[in-house]
Design a protein around this ligand. Structure first.
Ligand code: NDP
Length: 342
């Protein structure tokens, strides 16, 4: 089948692209520049243009940004929408986070509805951000699942890039479900909602400075930036990038995935920064002087009162995803960072 993948230059998209190519899909991916597109083609040179090609969509927030990209011969049967800003280095939350997340999502849906009637399913990379209620803190008595929705308001979103990012994913996903309800298009929607995504950096990443946001914590540890204090883990759920990619592929291939609620809380389970440090210490003695000492203080451990629980049964049972262990994921991530010079 032929599919469109938005944001092909991204961390998660890199693995999704590989898994789709291995399964024989024919893919067009959107990127922001021909330089990024050519890099992806070069990395996958064994596949012809009929199997992998790119189109440029410079800014997903622009009006009608995807009108050209969704037209294809042969036509697309499905779309994976992964492109969305994930970084905290922003000065204008509305312009840099909310607009591309929300307008990018509604934009692809509108363009598909208008110009790609053969598309039957759109798989959207949403996030645990759309589930979490940070005001509840550690919330040990709660079990997070697809029934949860992040309650952030626009005002809170605009106050700071951290709630800004969380809200960007929440508002974008809400907009997608509202579109489905109001527009009754020819396609259904499935969302993949992962928490902190760890795992080896994309093979074609060529600078440590380009390390994606969710792997930054691991890079910081091996570079000695947390020696005195293990920083707050922020969120205590994680998943490996390769398992996130598999969840996306399954979200397209399993017909039942499109049934309500259509969301998949894609987590392998709990983690803490302290556990990550211990995995690195055990497996990479060469970094022992960079790592926080075993007795280092900080909020990198689970809160004393306990922590929220999770229910990942939908992703295991409906999508059939099996999850890698934290140790395997962290070891592979550190190896990949070493390979690019860490
Ligand atoms: P990356 O930053 O590696 O990927 C983001 C992708 O979106 C890149 O391809 C980027 O293009 C593209 N993009 C961002 N803003 C724009 C824009 N305005 N116009 C066009 N393209 C844009 O991060 P991830 O791979 O981690 O993220 C992919 C998706 O997964 C996102 O939707 C993110 O919210 C979601 N996610 C990620 C989690 C994680 O922990 N990593 C957890 C939960 C969800 P470019 O390379 O040119 O900047």
């Amino acid at each position: 089948a032929r599919v469109l993948l938005t944001g092909g230059s991204g961390f998660i998209a890199a693995y999704l692209l590989d898994q789709l190519l291995e399964k024989g899909y024919s893919i067009v991916t959107t990127v922001r520049s021909s330089e990024k597109g050519e890099k992806i083609l070069k990395e996958h040179a064994k596949y012809g243009k009929d199997k992998l090609d790119y189109v440029i969509v410079e800014d997903i927030a622009a009006e009608n940004a995807f009108d050209t990209a969704v037209k294809s011969d042969p036509p697309f049967e499905a779309v994976f929408h992964t492109a969305s800003p994930f970084h905290y280095d922003v000065t204008d939350v509305q312009k840099e986070l909310l607009d591309p997340a929300i307008k990018g999502t509604t934009g692809i849906l509108k363009s598909v509805k208008a110009y790609a009637p053969t598309v039957k399913r759109i798989v959207i990379t949403s996030s645990f951000a759309s589930l979490i209620d940070r005001s509840k803190g550690a919330w040990p008595e709660h079990t997070y699942s697809e029934a949860d929705w992040c309650p952030l308001t626009l005002e809170e979103a605009l106050s700071n890039p951290t709630p800004g990012y969380t809200a960007s994913k929440t508002f974008a996903e809400k907009a997608a479900w509202a579109f489905l309800e109001n527009e009754k298009p020819n396609f259904d929607i499935v969302t993949i909602n992962p928490p902190a995504v760890l795992g080896p950096v994309a093979p074609w990443m060529n600078s440590l400075a380009a390390t994606n946001t969710s792997n930054q914590r691991i890079l910081n540890f091996i570079q000695g930036q947390a020696k005195d204090e293990i920083p707050y883990s922020g969120v205590f759920f994680w998943v490996d990038v390769r398992d996130v990619a598999t969840a996306h592929v399954q979200a397209l291939e399993v017909a039942e995935a499109g049934k309500k609620p259509g969301r998949f809380f894609t987590t392998a389970g709990h983690f803490s920064n302290k556990e990550i440090v211990e995995v690195i210490r055990k497996n990479f003695p060469e970094y022992k002087d960079q790592l926080p000492a075993p007795e280092a203080k900080g909020q990198g451990d689970y809160p004393a009162e306990g922590i929220y629980q999770y229910d990942n049964s939908r992703v295991r049972e409906i999508l059939g995803v099996k999850f890698r262990s934290l140790e395997e994921s962290v070891v592979d991530t550190v190896k990949s960072l070493k390979a690019v010079g860490a």
